[in-house]
Design a protein around this ligand. Structure first.
Ligand code: KIV
Length: 424
């Protein structure tokens, strides 16, 4: 219910790579600056990346994947600037975010990624290689044995450089043979990996499949108790948030996600959806799961990412869409005017959104008398008789039926001042 939501006052447990000192704590790994920037057309400058990284720190993100340093000089420079500046900042709880750089399972990539992130107080290298039959056969042209050898070599090499926080991802895990995954993942744990990230690279899995995969990997991978399991769910079937939560329900303790859900193709799991779902249902449905995110910064972070990336947020997007706290139908508006808990499961203030109209009433053709009368009173416009209001309401409906985008306060005033003539 509305009143219980979202004061996330729990303190963050100590950060130790590969270990979560509080079993209910879910680390939030934000990849807006890496997977998010892979949205077609969403290129960010290094100043913009730095601003976003600072904002993510204020939001309480545990790990910031700042980029893919081998991809370009620009990305290398952005990641190393973020490592130096943001990776040495301390937030109001005393925490410095982990700064992570992505690399393929190739020595040169890993060297460059390490060189970019090593300036941070908590540097992490994230290395990956594909493990599904289709990727190994058609893309890598490698056998299973070769993939295992390459994965071990990559993790061992990162460790030899002095990196103690190493994440390994079996790309396309959602379509990989679980038996092969046990083998690769067991081998990289032995080589020194501390986080095992399980990507559903093509957004292929249903929540029960993805949750089941996490459960099986935790159960059958040799040495699984020495690492943190993570989710990375793409959104090709619109299931990335549901799949991430299914991962958490089955013991994943890191979720990879992006602000506004931006990312390759249909995007990635949206940070705001995942953290608000955990904040609201963690206690009752997810065994006490919680995160270190301060939701109050969600709206401003979402707006910054939309502005810098040029990726417009759809109006009906959960949590951060322009309509997420707006109500148009008469029945809903009547409920909202009586009690906001009737149609809102969280308050907009919780995510740092203040709306001009306290109850989020959007006037349009579905609006009812209660909402229209309330808006007119708040505009200081009175009716002397019920008949006068009825006549005004009929004319409002005529305008609203023709007006795309709703009826603004100025239209209501004009309609009233015109002696109930049709506005606009
Ligand atoms: O989608 C994916 O598989 C990835 C990995 C590199 C984690 O982005």
């Amino acid at each position: 219910a509305r009143s219980q939501v979202l004061v996330n006052s729990a303190s963050r447990p100590e950060y130790i790579p590969g270990l979560i000192s509080d079993p209910n704590y879910v680390r939030i790994f934000d990849t807006t600056l890496r997977d998010g920037e892979q949205s077609p057309g969403a290129t960010l400058t290094s100043n913009e990346k730095l601003d976003i990284a600072k904002k993510l720190t204020a939001l309480g993100v545990d790990i910031i994947e700042a980029g893919f340093p081998i991809a370009s000089n620009d990305d290398f420079n952005a990641v190393s600037r973020i490592a130096k500046e943001v990776g040495n900042m301390v937030d109001d709880t005393g925490y410095s975010p982990v700064i992570c750089g992505l690399s393929r399972a190739a020595k040169r990539d890993i060297e460059v990624a390490w060189d970019a992130v090593r300036h941070a107080r908590r540097p992490r290298v994230h290395t990956f290689i594909a493990t599904s039959e289709i990727h190994m056969k058609d893309k890598l042209r490698m056998t299973q044995d070769e993939v295992v050898a390459k994965a071990i070599e990559a993790v061992s090499f990162a460790k030899s450089l002095g990196c103690e926080d190493i994440e390994f991802s079996p790309e396309d895990a959602g379509r990989s043979d679980p038996e092969f995954l046990y083998r690769v993942l067991g081998a990289v744990i032995e080589a020194g990996a501390t986080t095992l990230n399980i990507p559903d690279t093509t957004g292929w899995c249903l929540p029960n499949e993805f949750g089941g995969l996490i459960a099986m990997l935790r159960e059958n991978t040799p040495g699984a108790d020495k690492v943190v399991f993570s989710t990375h769910c793409q959104n090709d079937l619109g299931l990335s948030t549901a799949n991430s939560l299914a991962g958490v329900a089955n013991g994943a303790r890191q979720v990879e996600c992006t602000i506004n859900g931006i990312g390759e193709r249909a995007g990635n799991a949206s940070l705001e959806e995942v953290v608000m779902a955990i904040a609201m249902k963690g206690d009752t449905q997810l065994g006490g799961a919680y995160t270190g995110i301060s939701p109050i910064h969600i709206t401003s972070t979402s707006r910054m990412v939309a502005q810098y990336s040029g990726m417009v947020v759809q109006p009906h997007k959960a949590i951060v869409g322009a309509n997420a706290f707006q109500h148009e139908s008469g029945i809903h508006q009547d409920g909202m005017l009586k009690s906001k808990a009737t149609y809102e499961i969280m308050s907009p203030e919780t995510i740092g959104l203040s709306r001009e109209d306290d109850a989020g009433i959007a006037l349009g053709k579905h609006s009812g008398r209660h909402a229209v009368r309330t808006r007119m009173t708040s505009l200081g416009l009175q009716f002397t008789t019920n008949e006068e209001f009825d006549s005004f309401f009929d004319r409002f409906k005529t305008v609203a039926e023709r007006r795309k985008g709703g009826v603004a306060d100025e239209d209501m005033e004009a309609l009233y001042n015109d002696g109930f003539g049709v506005a606009g």
